[in-house]
Design a protein. Structure first.
Length: 114
């Protein structure tokens, strides 16, 4: 487990507030937001988000103000330089990643290719 300062994945204020809100709803301070990438989606890779209390050996922990974000080492390389945001619109509420490493993205913003 490595803890990195917030130079690798920027969090908007909206994302920070939503992470804190979700953790407070669970009433478990040891829970963190896990961001991961899996194969699939319209464009080849898709983003995943879940609350997790488990830290794996190869996980990287990013500190964003008072929030900690967990990213596995494979996903981390695809997220470098990205921005985590949280939006609420007619499509619903969701975390999104603005990823400078993505060559193409799908219309909903949940999948990408490199």
């Amino acid at each position: 487990m490595t803890i990195k300062k917030n130079l690798f994945l920027i969090c908007t204020i909206a994302a920070q507030k939503q992470i804190k809100k979700l953790i407070n709803l669970k009433k478990k301070k040891k829970i963190k937001l896990r961001i991961y990438i899996t194969g699939g989606g319209c464009s080849g890779f898709q983003y995943g988000f879940k609350l997790d209390h488990k830290k794996n050996k190869d996980d990287i922990i990013i500190k964003n103000y008072n929030n900690l974000i967990i990213i596995d080492s494979i996903s981390f390389q695809y997220l470098l330089g990205g921005t985590l945001d949280f939006i609420e619109n007619l499509e619903g509420t969701k975390f999104i990643i603005n990823n400078p490493n993505a060559k193409t993205t799908c219309g909903c913003g949940l999948s990408f290719s490199i």
